[in-house]
Design a protein around this ligand. Structure first.
Ligand code: LLP
Length: 426
């Protein structure tokens, strides 16, 4: 359509005849049908994002394991399962989700610093591909659980390469002071210990340095350190079949310019080739970069409220639906679904939750009136997956768009859903 105006950084969101569409679906029509707040995802954006990784790995032995913590809705998992992805999980609940979505258990890896024994048993019974273990204590517990179950657990040890990913402190994970992974200088001894245990089969090494990384340099730095360790570990006679470089690649929230996945991997593969590891099996665990800009959250303006120092635009989505601004001071672009004429006013866009921290965007120039719809962009990752029932607000509905087709992949949570598991005496 010639009247399409694509939003920068959002190739599948466009204004057509004045109103926003995700692929072929009108956000205004979806909001009328399903109510607000409403998450709307472009399937094509997800497949394109995955395609960039697949192009980057062409001709290599590589597996993309989608880190489902970014968005674990079954309808989203199904898209990646059908596209042949593996999955990176961090709990027994996430394991149940990926199996329900049709994942191949052999392509599932289990990350996280605090796996319980029952989660280990559940994952062993499912036959997952690999446990990414994060401490010496976990190695011994997993060994004991595997022996009790009469199984052998395939493991990779997560290394903390002590690299600064130059991102928000809450989402940086590869520094010495973080709780994640095993210190570089302990790695060889820990691998030797793990390799001596009957319940374990050492198969790989992994690292994950942080999230929303917008520069290739921390990856390159981590890669060199991991490869130094691989050489040191293999010198002791332990073979590492795969190298897992985690996730972390950022997206464009507000003019950010992360490298494309294929461009990043071109650089990383050049280093892997140069050091003789280019034919090793490679695993990555991307989350945000596979779903982040696929999603928008449509919300209705309830009230505009002029204030002494600030004007407030009060919308029906809140920190329970979109927790990233409150938690990380994160920026999400906010655009009107239908543009209206008139002078723009600077607003803080806030939700109905009773906390001053419940804001979605600050100092945004908007021309809005009560009843208008706004789209909060880049909401595909770490929004619905982190949503809560705070203030007894039901979680939003979600719709997956493929061309003109819209599928409701999660109905709005009702008050009955929320009260179902609770009891009181008397
Ligand atoms: N692998 C491991 C071991 C991880 O801990 C994570 C994310 C990923 C992979 C996926 O990272 P991604 O590709 O999505 O950056 N809630 C925060 C992000 C927390 C990330 C936690 N770990 C946010 O909204 O920014």
């Amino acid at each position: 359509m010639s009247s399409d105006q694509r939003l920068p950084g959002h190739p599948h969101i466009a204004r057509k005849n004045g109103t926003l569409h995700v692929e072929g679906a009108s956000l205004a029509a979806l909001a009328r049908e399903h109510g607000t707040p409403l998450f709307v995802y472009s399937k094509q954006w997800m497949l394109d994002a995955l395609g960039a990784y697949q192009r980057g790995f062409e001709g290599r032995d590589a597996l993309v394991c989608y880190a489902i913590k970014a968005n674990s809705s079954l309808g989203v998992l199904r898209v990646f399962a059908e596209a042949g992805c593996g999955f990176d999980i961090v709990s027994g609940g996430e394991l149940a989700r990926v199996l329900a979505a049709g994942a191949d258990p052999a392509k599932v890896i289990f990350s996280g610093v605090g796996k319980t024994k029952s989660e280990m048993r559940q994952a062993l019974a499912a036959g997952i591909g690999c446990f990414n273990v994060e401490s010496e204590a976990e190695i011994d517990v997993l060994n004991a659980v595997a022996l009790e179950e009469g199984r052998r657990a395939s493991i990779s040890v997560r290394i903390n390469p002590n690299v600064d990913p130059k991102t928000h402190p809450y989402i940086s994970t590869g520094l010495k002071g973080n709780k994640f992974g095993i210190a570089h200088d302990r790695a060889v001894a820990i691998y030797q210990h793990a390799a001596s245990l009957q319940g374990l089969q050492v198969v790989g090494i992994d690292c994950h340095i942080g999230s929303q990384i917008t520069d290739a340099s921390p990856y390159l730095e981590a890669l060199e350190r991991v490869l130094d360790l691989v050489e040191a570990i293999e010198k002791t006679g332990i073979a590492l079949h795969h190298l897992d470089f985690g996730g972390g690649l950022g997206i464009d929230y507000n003019g950010d310019t992360p490298p494309a996945a294929d461009a990043l991997w071109q650089q990383l593969l050049a280093r892997l080739d140069a050091r003789g590891f280019g034919r090793r099996r490679l695993i990555v665990e991307p989350g945000r970069s596979l779903v982040g800009n696929a999603g928008a959250c449509v919300t209705e303006v309830l009230y505009t409220k002029p204030g002494a120092e600030k004007n407030f635009c009060i919308v029906d989505a809140a920190m329970n639906d979109l927790p990233r601004p409150a938690m990380y001071q994160a920026f999400h672009r906010i655009v009107p679904v239908a543009e209206r004429q008139g002078e723009a006013v600077s607003y803080d866009v806030v939700g109905p939750v009773c906390e001053s921290g419940d804001w979605i965007g600050r100092d945004r120039a908007l021309t809005v009136e009560a009843g208008d719809l706004l789209a909060v962009l880049s909401a595909g990752a770490y929004s619905m997956a982190m949503a809560s029932n705070y203030n007894t607000r039901g979680r939003a509905a979600e719709v997956l768009i493929s061309g003109e087709r819209a599928t409701l992949i999660r109905r709005r949570e009702s008050i009955e859903d929320q009260l179902r598991s609770e009891r009181f005496d008397g």
